[in-house]
Design a protein around this ligand. Structure first.
Ligand code: NAD
Length: 281
């Protein structure tokens, strides 16, 4: 490796799930600048297609594929289409994921005198819990089953999963999302070991609180001042600020570029301004 090297993924096929979403759309557009062929998978075709068009307008190579990461048939069809369009997968980024209001409590702490209309732990909906575990955990496992078969023995093949800082210590209110992300971190280590003899590395990034257009209104009031929850987050983030999606890029490039990280396998890399390292005292 030369220190001057820039990332060059010419002729590599990078498959990204959840690619129509806030973070993965940004990552996809950035990765397209490395000359990689970007396959954008999302259940929301229009969102992924919009990203593909933006990449093509900038001179990159990308195509959107409507795909449900929870359906093996859908994944298999997409895998076949990608093989025709770009060749088989070299790098898989499992980005599809998220929480659900049915799996979120209203209260941070349980109390004896809660008002009747509070949705506490006891009112959480089984279907909401299943939705969150399926989307995050199965939605990472099933694409890996489909795409990793093609990656075995390929030079530089690797997988990056998207965990979260809540995998290290659960956030209040979201037991299913925290548990599912902990499962992803655990699964990342499992995959790293399992594929260690066939040349596929597997790592994860664990983003902290990032500001995007999607959550800006939850974090800041109309005067641009942090909300109560946002203040709590900032107090518990040693760097004292939110992250930007751009700040994930260095971690991702490091992990997927085997010239930089050929011996890095099974790590979950926090990108969280120190949030997961801080006890609050
Ligand atoms: P997002 O909601 O903007 O994007 C998620 C994408 O996944 C959407 O485009 C959605 O259509 C797609 N999707 C949902 N169900 C799907 C399915 N069954 N099959 C295929 N695609 C499906 O979310 P985001 O904020 O960009 O987050 C991306 C990833 O990063 C997620 O795994 C999320 O849990 C994780 N994460 C985000 C943050 C953050 O601050 N935004 C922090 C930590 C971790």
């Amino acid at each position: 490796m030369t220190i001057e090297k820039k990332h060059n993924f010419k002729n590599k096929t990078i498959v990204i799930t959840g690619a129509g979403g806030v973070l993965c759309a940004f990552l996809a557009k950035s990765l397209a600048k490395t000359q990689a062929k970007i396959a954008l998978l999302d259940i929301n075709f229009d969102a992924a297609n919009q990203v593909a068009q933006e990449i093509e307008q900038e001179g990159g190579i990308a195509k959107a594929y409507q795909t449900n990461v929870l359906e093996l048939n859908s994944l298999q069809q997409t895998r076949n289409a990608i093989e025709q369009d770009f060749g088989t997968c070299d790098i898989l980024i499992n980005g599809a994921g998220g929480n659900n209001p049915k799996a979120t409590t209203d209260n941070e702490f349980h109390q004896l005198d809660l008002s009747d209309n509070t949705k506490s732990f006891f009112e959480l909906d089984k279907s909401g819990i299943e939705f969150v575990f399926n989307l995050n955990y199965l939605g990472t496992l099933l694409p890996t089953q489909v795409f990793a078969k093609d990656m075995m023995g390929k030079q530089g093949a690797n997988i990056v999963n998207i965990s979260s800082m809540n995998a290290f210590t659960p956030l209040t209110k979201i037991p299913a999302y925290s548990g599912a992300k902990a499962a992803i971190s655990n699964f990342t280590q499992w995959l790293a070991v399992y594929f260690s003899k066939v040349g596929i590395r597997c790592n994860a990034i664990a983003p902290g609180f990032l500001v995007s257009n999607q959550n800006r209104a939850l974090l800041f009031d109309e005067n641009g001042q942090p909300t109560a929850r946002a203040n709590k987050i900032l107090t518990n983030t040693p760097m004292g600020r939110f992250g930007e999606p751009e700040e994930l890029l260095g971690a991702l490039l490091f992990l997927i570029d085997s010239e930089y990280s050929s011996f890095v396998n099974g790590v979950v890399l926090p990108v969280d301004g120190g949030f997961s390292a801080y006890s609050g005292v």
